[in-house]
Design a protein around this ligand. Structure first.
Ligand SMILES: Nc1ncnc2c1ncn2[C@@H]1O[C@H](COP(=O)(O)OP(=O)(O)OP(=O)(O)O)[C@@H](O)[C@H]1O
Ligand SMILES: [Mg+2]
Length: 240
């Protein structure tokens, strides 16, 4: 959101994700980090991997339901393979398996878009005895349910982490460190109760509106009126 002066803060979810991912990489395992939109899943995974395995990490992400063909192509580009993608599946599989002999951490973000067949394909690559692959599945609740509904996959997932909303005590702890506009505990508590509800994306958006509002009004301190104006900008669904 290009929010000036915002800091990365060590939420409990971020610290837990880092430990879970560290263990998964050591075990070359599959791990699933799931939860509702805006709770900080992608951020926690990306921040952790920037620290733990920046050189080994490759990302794939989908916005619509991919076929296994799309998935193979996505992997081809994510792994930085040279030349043209092979036309035949057998050849393609051989190439991807060959590339995955190198240790890699594959992040599949928005994994709720993956079909059963795509999950199966990733399992096939991961199961290969020669592969040195860690897979981090991240996504909305659909991702969790899909993995859980497939015993072949469910039994292979080494750790599950749900990232829920931040409770108020944590909000009061981390939000002042997140951005300098948040210095008053009363206003933070009010904002969390009325609008942000422990959702990090909501906090980031409200903070953005607030900084714009402060600038426009030529002020440096937030008060209740400005705060209410800032979160009136969120949709009523979010504010519910
Ligand atoms: N630990 C953190 N420190 C600072 N900012 C954070 C942190 N966690 C999340 N954020 C902010 O919250 C926003 C939303 O987080 P993120 O994109 O990780 O959510 P998500 O759970 O992946 O949501 P979605 O399911 O919609 O993809 C981030 O863009 C970032 O601005
Ligand atoms: Mg995300």
């Amino acid at each position: 959101m290009r929010l000036a002066d915002a800091q990365v803060v060590s939420t409990r979810a971020l610290l837990a994700a880092r430990e879970n991912i560290r263990a998964a990489i050591e075990a070359q395992a599959m791990i699933c980090i799931y939860g509702q939109a805006g709770h900080g899943k992608s951020f926690a995974v990306n921040a952790s991997l920037r620290e733990l395995a920046p050189k080994l990490t490759r990302r794939i992400q989908f916005r619509a339901r991919p076929s296994t063909r799309d998935l193979r192509h996505e992997l081809f580009y994510a792994l930085g393979l040279q030349g043209r993608p092979p036309a035949h599946a057998i050849e393609f599989d051989r190439m991807l398996r060959g590339a995955l002999v190198e240790p890699r951490v594959l992040v599949c973000d928005e994994a709720q878009w993956l079909s059963k067949l795509c999950f199966e394909y990733l399992r096939y690559l991961w199961d290969d005895t020669d592969s040195a692959l860690t897979i981090v599945f991240t996504g909305g609740n659909g991702c969790f349910e899909m993995l859980l509904s497939e015993p072949m996959l469910e039994s292979r997932v080494y750790a599950w982490q749900e990232i829920g909303r931040m409770p108020l005590d944590e909000v009061l702890d981390v939000i002042p460190a997140f951005h300098p506009v948040w210095s008053e505990a009363d206003l933070i508590a009010l904002c969390d109760q009325e609008a942000a509800h422990g959702n990090f994306r909501a906090w980031a958006k409200i903070t953005h509106h607030l900084t714009v509002g402060l600038q426009q009004a030529g002020r440096s301190r937030v008060d209740e009126e400005l705060l209410r104006w800032a979160y009136s900008k969120l949709s009523s669904r979010q504010a519910a």
